[in-house]
Design a protein around this ligand. Structure first.
Ligand code: FES
Length: 169
């Protein structure tokens, strides 16, 4: 489960801390980068590695919304729901995205392309309302901007699936 290359990266991270258990959080992030989300098997493997219970690993990670303990879409959308964004229309942003994608908050589209969550302040309050899609921020959102961003992401996916493989197919 924790293969040689994963362990090599993990040991590099652990070396930065006086107590290697302080590396649990970045270890969870590494796991998510590798598997798309933190699987129960991955959590179990980290628990064995750090010699703690799987529940203790979960307790560390579940505090942070950037760690996902269930599958998310290729484009994971997180809309800020904290007061400054709320006052500038984050509820409408969330509804607009949910309607456009045909899903509710917490869901993934059936094709696995998008997932939607609402989260606490993402630290970009002066550009409210805003959302994060994977690692990118989209700010000063309006209905037109949301439409444009979602269409752009869908197009990216379409061009990706059409891209020829190594044999030209
Ligand atoms: S309140 Fe939305 S980014 Fe801070």
């Amino acid at each position: 489960m924790l293969d040689a290359s994963f362990l090599k990266n993990l040991r590099t991270i652990e070396a930065r801390y006086p107590d290697r258990r302080s590396a649990i959080l970045p270890a969870l992030y590494l796991l998510q980068e590798r598997d798309g989300y933190i699987t129960p098997e991955g959590m179990q493997a980290l628990a064995v590695h750090f010699d703690i219970s799987p529940m203790a690993v979960h307790e560390v990670g579940s505090f942070y919304t950037m760690l996902n303990f269930r599958p998310v879409g290729r484009h994971h959308i997180q809309v800020c729901r904290t007061l400054p964004c709320k006052l500038r229309g984050s509820d409408q942003v969330t509804s607009c995205i949910a309607n456009k994608l045909g899903i509710s908050v917490g869901d993934v589209t059936p094709d696995g392309t998008f997932s939607l969550l609402t989260v606490e302040c993402l630290g970009s309050c002066d550009t409210a309302p805003m959302m994060q899609v994977n690692d990118l921020y989209y700010e000063n959102l309006t209905r037109a901007r949301i439409d444009a961003v979602l269409d752009e992401l869908k197009d990216e996916d379409a061009s990706y699936t059409k891209r020829p493989g190594p044999d030209g197919f």
